[in-house]
Design a protein around this ligand. Structure first.
Ligand SMILES: [Zn+2]
Ligand SMILES: [Zn+2]
Length: 615
C-alpha cells in the first residue's frame, strides 16, 4: 500500500470553515474539523485537504532525508525512500492524465495539484529529499522516478511557458516558484547521475529577481506574505551556488529583501501582515523560519534574530526541526554584508513608512504606496500600530482565499484604519509620501485618487514615547459628506468622552473603567503594554464604538472597534498616542484651524513638546 494518498489535490485555500472563516484543522474519517467544533464534509474540502497533505508529505520526505543525512538512522532513510518512490509512482500515473481537472478557470494548472504554483512548491520538497538522499541504488535504478523527474521538468517548463509567453506575466510570484522548482528538479536529476544542471536555470532566477523586486527591496506587490514567498523561492532555488561567484546585484537585492523584513518587524519580531496573506499561520511561520535559516547561510548576519525567535516560539510543538538541518545549502562561507540599522525608515517605492521609537517599544507603519496588484487592499493611508508583545492596531491580512470575507471585508477599506467617505470603499489608488524626515521620525503622505473628489493627507510623527497622528480630509465640491476614520484595534478597546475630546485605551487596562483622565491605567495586569490615545476633531464628530471584526485569523470573533464620523465638507482628526508606561502626561492641548494643527504636550516632568502640522 502506498504511503501517500492516491488522489490529486485541489486548492488549499478552500480548507476554510464557511461559517467561522478559520482555516480548518485535523481530519477525522471523512470529516474536517473547525476549531469551533464544526465538522465539514464534501469533495471541495477534501481536495483542499489533499493539497495540504501532499505538501506535508513532501516536507516529511525532506525531514526524513535530512535526518538520515545527519544521524544515519536507517528508519529515516527507509521513510524518505518510501515517500519518494510512492510519489514517483503517483506522479507517473496522475500526470499521464494531463492537467488537473480540479483547477478553476483563472488558475495556471498543475497535474498533481490544482495550481502549477502548488505543484512547484511540492516539487521543491520532493527534489530536496532526492538530492539529500543522493545517488543510492533504490532511487538511481527506479525507472519510474527517472520518468517522473523528466515529467515534472516538462510540466514546470510548460507551465512557465504559458505564464511567461501566453500570459506575458514573467513578474508573477508564480514564476519564482516555477524557476526554483525547475532548478531543484534539474539538481535532483544530476544527483542521480543525469546531466549537469544547465546554467539557464540560475539565469532565470536572477532575471526574475531583477524584474520583480523594487529598488527599495520590496517584491513588487508589497505584501509581506508575497515578499516572503518570493524571497524564499530565490533562496531555495539558488541551492548549491557558490556565493563568492554571485553577481553583486544579486547579493545586493537579496540583502535588501531581507532588510525589508528586518525593518518592518514589530518590536517582538512579529511581521506585520501587510496586504494579502495570512495573519498568523503555522505554514507561514515555517516559511519565515526557512528564510532565517537559509539567510544565515547566505549572510553572516541577517539581522533577523528577533524575527526568528518570534516564529520559533509561536511554532512551539509545530516545529519539526527541518530548518535546523539545512546546512550546506550554498557553497562557500556566508557573505559579510551588514543588515540595515533598525530604526525609522521610508520605503519610497513600495510606499511604506516605518516609524520606530528609539527604544524599540512601538512601531507605526503608514501605507502610502501603489495598490500592489491583485494582492493589494483598498487601504491607502492606513496607520498600523504594534508594540512589544502586543498588536494594538495591526494590518488584519485575509482569511484563506476560498472564504468570501477575503474580498467582502478584509481587502476592503472598512477593515483598515483609514478614511471612507459616504460609506464607500476607496478605489485602487496610489498614495505619495510628500514629506519624510528620518531624524524626527515624521512623515506626511497624500492621496487624491483613493476617493474620487477627495484629498486625503496624513501626518504621523513619533516623539519620545508618543505618536501624533493628524488626518486631514477635504472634499473638492465643498459640500458636506459623511467622513469616517476607522479605529481598528485587535486588543481590548475602550473610549471615554471628555468634553470635546475622547480618551481611548488599547490593551491592558481597557476594561478598567474610571482610570484618571490623562493618566495611564494602573489597574489590571500589565502583561501587555497598553496604548493610550487622546483624540480631537475639527468639527462636530461622533466616535462610535461598536462590535466588529478583528484580524483575519479568526474573523467571527467579536472585536470592539471605532468609527470616528463627521458630516462636513472637510475634517481634521487629531490623535496622540502614548506608549511609554513610565511617562505621565499632564496635559495635551490641541489647536485646529483651517490651515494648521498645533499640539502641545506637557509631561509630568514639565517637559513640553510642540508638534505643528500644516494642512
Ligand atoms: Zn466553523
Ligand atoms: Zn489590508
Amino acid at each position: 500500500m502506498s504511503s501517500v494518498p492516491q488522489q490529486p489535490g485541489g486548492w488549499w485555500h478552500d480548507y476554510v470553515c464557511p461559517t467561522h472563516g478559520v482555516e480548518l484543522g485535523a481530519r477525522e474519517g471523512n470529516e474536517f474539523l473547525c476549531s469551533y467544533g464544526c465538522r465539514l464534509t464534501g469533495d471541495k474540502v477534501e481536495a483542499a485537504w489533499l493539497a495540504l497533505e501532499h505538501q506535508a508529505l513532501a516536507r516529511a520526505a525532506r525531514v526524513a532525508a535530512r535526518r538520515y543525512a545527519l544521524h544515519g538512522d536507517v528508519a529515516d532513510r527507509e521513510r524518505a525512500v518510501e515517500l519518494v518512490l510512492d510519489y514517483a509512482a503517483l506522479y507517473d500515473q496522475i500526470s499521464a492524465g494531463g492537467w488537473s481537472e480540479r483547477s478553476e478557470s483563472w488558475m495556471l494548472r498543475g497535474k498533481l495539484l490544482a495550481q502549477a504554483l502548488s505543484e512547484a512548491q511540492w516539487a521543491v520538497g520532493f527534489a530536496d529529499a532526492i538530492i539529500t538522499l543522493g545517488p543510492i541504488p533504490e532511487l538511481q535504478e527506479s525507472g519510474t522516478l527517472n520518468r517522473t523527474l523528466e515529467g515534472l521538468a516538462d510540466t514546470l517548463a510548460e507551465s512557465r511557458r504559458i505564464l511567461v509567453e501566453d500570459r506575458n506575466d514573467q513578474r508573477s510570484n508564480y514564476t519564482a516558484w516555477l524557476d526554483a522548482a525547475a532548478r531543484l528538479i534539474a539538481l535532483a536529476r544530476e544527483s542521480l547521475g543525469g546531466e549537469p544542471v544547465a546554467a539557464h536555470f540560475e539565469t532565470a532566477i536572477v532575471d526574475h529577481l531583477q524584474l520583480a523586486v523594487r529598488s527599495d527591496g520590496w517584491e513588487w506587490e508589497a505584501s509581506t506574505y508575497y515578499h516572503v514567498f518570493v524571497l524564499r523561492a530565490y533562496l531555495l532555488g539558488l541551492r548549491g551556488v557558490d556565493l563568492a561567484e554571485l553577481p553583486d546585484e544579486v547579493v545586493d537585492t537579496l540583502r535588501r529583501m531581507i532588510d525589508v523584513l528586518v525593518s518592518i518587524a514589530a518590536p517582538d519580531g512579529f511581521l506585520p501582515a501587510l496586504h494579502d496573506g495570512p495573519y498568523d499561520r503555522v505554514a507561514m511561520h515555517r516559511e519565515v523560519l526557512e528564510i532565517c535559516a537559509l539567510g544565515a547561510q547566505f549572510f553572516s548576519d541577517t539581522g533577523l534574530a528577533t524575527v526568528q525567535s518570534w516564529v520559533v516560539e509561536r511554532l512551539g510543538a509545530d516545529h519539526d526541526g527541518l530548518e535546523w538541518m539545512l546546512d550546506g545549502w550554498f557553497v562557500g562561507a556566508p557573505l559579510d554584508r551588514a543588515p540595515v540599522v533598525v530604526g525609522s525608515r521610508a520605503f519610497e517605492d513600495a510606499g511604506y513608512v516605518v516609524l520606530r521609537d528609539s527604544r524599540n517599544r512601538m512601531v507605526g507603519i503608514l501605507d502610502a504606496g501603489p495598490h500592489g496588484g491583485a494582492h493589494g487592499h483598498f487601504d491607502k493611508l492606513a496607520l498600523y500600530l504594534y508594540g512589544n508583545g502586543v498588536r494594538w492596531q495591526p494590518a488584519p491580512a485575509v482569511p484563506p482565499y476560498g472564504h468570501a470575507l477575503r474580498h467582502s471585508y478584509y481587502a476592503r477599506t472598512m477593515a483598515h484604519p483609514t478614511v471612507r467617505v459616504d460609506g464607500a470603499d476607496q478605489v485602487e489608488a496610489t498614495a505619495e509620501i510628500t514629506a519624510w524626515d528620518a531624524a524626527s521620525s515624521r512623515v506626511t503622505a497624500v492621496t487624491t485618487t483613493a476617493i474620487e473628489g477627495v484629498r486625503l493627507s496624513r501626518t504621523v510623527q513619533l516623539a519620545d514615547g508618543l505618536l501624533a497622528d493628524v488626518v486631514h480630509v477635504m472634499c473638492d465640491d465643498g459640500e458636506p459628506h459623511t467622513i469616517a476614520l476607522g479605529l481598528r484595534p485587535a486588543v481590548d478597546f475602550s473610549v471615554r468622552v471628555d468634553g470635546n475630546s475622547w480618551h481611548s485605551t488599547w490593551g491592558a487596562g481597557a476594561r478598567a473603567a474610571g482610570s484618571p483622565a490623562g493618566a495611564h491605567a494602573k489597574t489590571g495586569e500589565q502583561a501587555q503594554p497598553a496604548l493610550n490615545g487622546w483624540h480631537w476633531a475639527s468639527s462636530e464628530t461622533t466616535l462610535d464604538l461598536h462590535a466588529g471584526r478583528g484580524p483575519s485569523d479568526d474573523p467571527s470573533r467579536l472585536q470592539g472597534i471605532g468609527d470616528w464620523v463627521t458630516t462636513a465638507p472637510a475634517a481634521t482628526f487629531v490623535s496622540v498616542y502614548s506608549f511609554d508606561p513610565d511617562a505621565t502626561i499632564d496635559s495635551i492641548e490641541t489647536h485646529i484651524s483651517d490651515t494648521a494643527v498645533v499640539i502641545e504636550i506637557a509631561a509630568a516632568d514639565h517637559d513640553t513638546s510642540r508638534i505643528e502640522v500644516a494642512l
